[in-house]
Every structure is written in structure tokens, then in C-alpha cells.
Design a protein around this ligand. Structure first.
Ligand code: ZN
Length: 490
């Protein structure tokens, strides 16, 4: 079990955050997002291991993961400009699609990608960056993009490989993000309606095999240009009617095309402060064997309060940044999630960061990131989605057994389906004073005095009625035993 709003998290949070936490524990009325909350309870979770109720896995190194999800990015093509007329065509009655797209640039330049990557590197930001494989049916990123030279496309792909890939997961966002491809012909269907737009596809029940094929096609294009993917993003409502099959078919596709051990996907937002933003570990099978399979459903916790998918929907810079985190660090949706000690993941759309050259969304983002780093750097860490997926899959799927020996020592047996760096658990300590945890056969772990010092192979003693500690280790795949007792020879 992962520890959510236990007395531990709240007490330790208050102890650790100092000034920031002395501000009101609950903020003012919460912002309701623009996107509806989508329940994911209908997706099969599959197997779970035995885990001792006395031990809880907490966040990596006790720090809340932060991440930034970028949707609707690709090479060069401004998806705002090219999607708008196609959406207007498919949904002629919706006013939201009657916007002057002809006035908007057709390109989001690589110089802006470079500027964005430089700035994020300087602040340690990590996240996910989409590369739509057949962006708005303009061209294929593994073939050519009409309107740009072959050299332009190759330079753009090289930029993503060299500057984004190290710190960002790369995802396809289905194939075109506009028209559905007929997989038998490779062409968009001739009709244009709800059924044939990826954002609302499929409109009828489909098989898991169909979804595996469809998602594999998207992944394969990025494979062709050496952009490895551990997951994918759904465009809008793709898969809404087949959520369980989408998770399973997506898992198979990512495993088949990229041979990924812990695949993940992004589709859902959770804006309700009362509900968890922990990743969901779905379709788990093979526990106790060498072939454990699962799909990790990564949940974003904010709306797009930057410039929107069209790039013309940005609000006031200060007010928008405040929705994530206020200048004094006391309130905002990101602060809520940090206080819950659950992953705090922001969502944007790339055209809404560029804002047709005005960069309004980028400025909102910069303000929010600088505030997060200023107020919460010691309590959080920026992570890619794939690292978040691996950590929480290991947290939920590692079997954890606690044995108490007559000599007053504790032994903790772990059986992990996946390797997980920075694996951190809260464990009870035996009464014997001076008890120190040690991985069997190795010297005791180093004692640290504060959260910020917690690192692999160290532990932090916690106060409280029952003496306990946080232990942090580089969890290997397979069996590990931790002994907690008097150090040998002490
Ligand atoms: Zn999208």
C-alpha cells in the first residue's frame, strides 16, 4: 500500500516544511479545472502482492515527484494552426473551433524548442514531450513534411533527440491527432465526423487487438526515427468508450514496439483536491514470476492554465501562475498535491506555451516553476513520467514481509518485480535502542538527520509514539532482505 493521507504524511510534512507549512493547511476555495474529471475505476487493476500493513512505501527519497506534461508538440508543425480547420470541419456547430487560424503561424520554430530546453535544463525540469507522428495529416515525421525541407525535418528530429530526449519522455499522441487512419489502407477515412476523428475514436466497441495495432502504428513511426518511447498520450477523448481495452492494448503495443519493462500512458486529469493523483497500476499479471506485466496510468493534476491547445487562450500571467502556486508558495493546485504528498504533474499544450510567438504560456510556466523551486525544492524532485511509472509500479507490486525475531530484531523481506532507484519505505524500529537497518550481508545504512540528506543506503529516524524510520535503498529486481537490529559488534 502506498501511504496517502496518513498521520505520518501530515505530521512529517509539517515538521519538514517549516515556514511554508505554517501557512494555512488548506487553501481557499479550489480552482475547478476546465476539463472534466474522468473516473478510471472501470479499468482492471489485476494482481497485487502481500504487503505488511506495518510498512508503507512513501515517495522516492521522501520527495514529491513533479513533472510537466507537454501535449500537441511535434516537429515544426503548429498543431493549433493545422488542427483548428479540421476540427471546425468535423464539428461545424461548435463555436470553439471558429477561430482565425489563418492568421496564426504554421510553424513553431526549433529555436523556440531550443530556448525552452535550455531554460528547463537550467531549472532541472523533467516531463513528457509529444511528437505527433503524422501531425494533423500534414506529413509523416519519418518521411517528409510538405512545406519544410528534408533538412528542416532532420534538424528538428535531431534537436528532439539531443535536447529533449535526455530529460523528457517522448510520446506519440496517436497517429495524426485529427483524422483516424484506416489501418488497412493507411489513409484517413473518407467521411468526417465523430467516428473518424481521433479525439473521439473509437465511437463503437473495438477489440484490444485493434487498439494494440492502432497504437503500435503510432509508436512505429517514432521508432523509425530513433525516438524511443516508454509510453503514449491519447488525443483528447480517444478511448473514452473503451478505457479498459485501451490500457491493455496500449501496454501490448509499447511492449511490442519498444520492449519496455514498465510501460505507461497519459490520458486522465484529476482536479478534485479530495482525490488521489497517484499513478494507477493496471492489468497486473505474472506476479511471483520473471514476467510481471503491468500498465501505468499517469494522472495529471492541473488543467492547461497556460495558453490552451490553440495557443490563443492564455489568461493573465500572474493570475494563471497563481492557479499553480502563489508567489508566497502557500496555495494553488500544485501546493495542494505537494501537501497530499502525491505526484504533482502539470499539463500544457505546446501551441499554448509558444502562443503564436508571444510566449505568454511560457512566461506563466517560468513563474510557476521558479516558485515551486523556491518554496519546495527540498521536498520535491522533478522526474520523467517513465521514472514515476517505474517507482510507483515497484511501490505497489513489491511484496513486503515483516518478521520479528525473539531477539528483538526485525527482518524485512522484499520481492520486487522491477528495479527501482531511491526506493523509500517507512518501517517500524525494534525497541532496542541504536537499531540500524542494513541490507543483509552489507554494512548498516548511514543515519541522516534530515529529509534533505536522505539518499540511497541511508535512513532517517522519525519521532512518534512508535519509533520508526524512513529507509532509502536502490531496490534491485528480485529478493532483498533488510535486517534491523543492533549493528554487528556494537
Ligand atoms: Zn493533444
Amino acid at each position: 500500500m502506498l501511504s496517502h493521507s496518513t498521520s505520518y504524511s501530515r505530521r512529517d510534512f509539517l515538521r519538514l516544511t517549516g515556514a511554508a507549512a505554517t501557512a494555512a493547511a488548506t487553501g481557499p476555495a479550489l480552482i475547478q479545472g476546465t476539463s472534466g474529471q474522468i473516473t478510471v475505476d472501470e479499468i482492471s487493476t489485476g494482481q497485487r502482492p502481500q504487503q505488511s500493513p506495518d510498512i508503507s512505501v512513501v515517495n522516492p527519497r521522501g520527495r514529491v515527484p513533479l513533472s510537466f506534461i507537454i501535449d500537441d508538440s511535434t516537429c515544426l508543425v503548429n498543431m493549433g494552426h493545422f488542427c483548428m480547420p479540421q476540427f471546425a470541419n468535423a464539428f461545424p456547430t461548435r463555436d470553439a473551433y471558429k477561430k482565425p487560424w489563418r492568421d496564426w503561424p504554421r510553424e513553431i520554430p526549433d529555436d523556440f524548442v531550443r530556448e525552452f530546453a535550455d531554460w528547463c535544463d537550467s531549472r532541472g525540469v523533467r516531463g513528457k514531450y509529444s511528437v505527433v507522428p503524422y501531425p494533423a495529416c500534414v506529413g509523416w515525421v519519418d518521411r517528409f513534411l510538405p512545406g519544410w525541407s528534408q533538412q528542416d525535418l532532420e534538424n528538428s528530429l535531431k534537436l528532439v533527440r539531443e535536447r529533449m530526449l535526455p530529460h523528457w519522455d517522448i510520446h506519440p499522441e496517436m497517429i495524426s491527432h485529427t483524422r483516424v487512419l484506416d489501418l488497412s489502407t493507411g489513409r484517413p477515412f473518407s467521411e468526417v465526423n465523430l467516428h473518424t476523428m481521433e479525439n473521439s475514436h473509437p465511437h463503437h466497441p473495438v477489440s484490444v487487438d485493434y487498439l494494440t495495432d492502432y497504437i503500435s502504428r503510432a509508436l512505429q513511426v517514432l521508432h523509425n526515427v530513433d525516438l524511443p518511447c516508454d509510453g503514449f498520450t491519447t488525443p483528447g477523448g480517444f478511448g473514452n468508450r473503451v478505457k479498459d481495452q485501451l490500457s491493455l492494448g496500449g501496454m501490448r503495443a509499447v511492449r511490442e514496439v519498444f520492449n519496455v519493462e514498465v510501460p505507461h500512458y497519459f490520458k486522465y486529469l484529476e482536479l478534485d483536491p479530495e482525490r488521489s493523483t497517484l499513478p494507477r497500476i493496471e492489468h497486473v499479471s505474472g506476479l511471483g514470476t520473471d514476467d510481471v506485466r503491468c500498465m501505468v496510468n499517469i494522472i495529471a493534476g492541473t488543467g492547461d492554465w497556460f495558453g490552451g491547445w490553440d495557443g490563443v487562450s492564455a489568461g493573465d500571467i500572474d493570475e494563471s501562475a497563481d492557479r499553480f502556486i502563489t508567489g508566497d508558495g502557500s496555495t494553488g493546485r500544485m501546493v495542494e498535491m505537494i501537501r497530499r504528498q502525491e505526484p504533482a504533474i502539470m499539463l500544457c499544450h505546446w501551441p499554448g506555451i509558444f502562443c503564436n510567438g508571444e510566449r505568454t504560456g511560457f512566461r506563466i510556466f517560468q513563474k510557476a516553476v521558479d516558485r515551486l523551486n523556491q518554496h519546495y525544492s527540498g521536498l520535491t524532485q522533478w522526474m520523467k513520467l517513465t521514472d514515476i511509472a517505474r517507482y510507483y509500479a515497484a511501490a505497489e507490486l513489491t511484496s513486503i514481509r515483516l518478521r520479528k525475531t525473539s531477539a528483538g530484531e526485525h527482518t524485512i523481506d522484499l520481492d520486487a518485480p522491477f528495479h527501482a532507484p531511491d526506493f523509500t519505505m517507512r518501517i517500524p524500529l525494534p525497541l532496542a535502542s541504536g537499531a540500524r537497518p542494513a541490507i543483509a550481508g552489507r554494512p548498516p545504512m548511514a543515519a541522516v538527520e534530515s529529509y534533505s540528506e536522505l539518499r540511497e543506503n541511508s535512513f532517517l529516524r522519525l519521532g512518534g509514539r512508535i519509533e520508526s524510520a524512513l529507509v532509502c535503498l536502490n531496490l534491485p529486481k528480485g529478493r532483498t532482505t533488510i535486517q534491523v537490529g543492533r549493528p554487528q559488534g556494537a
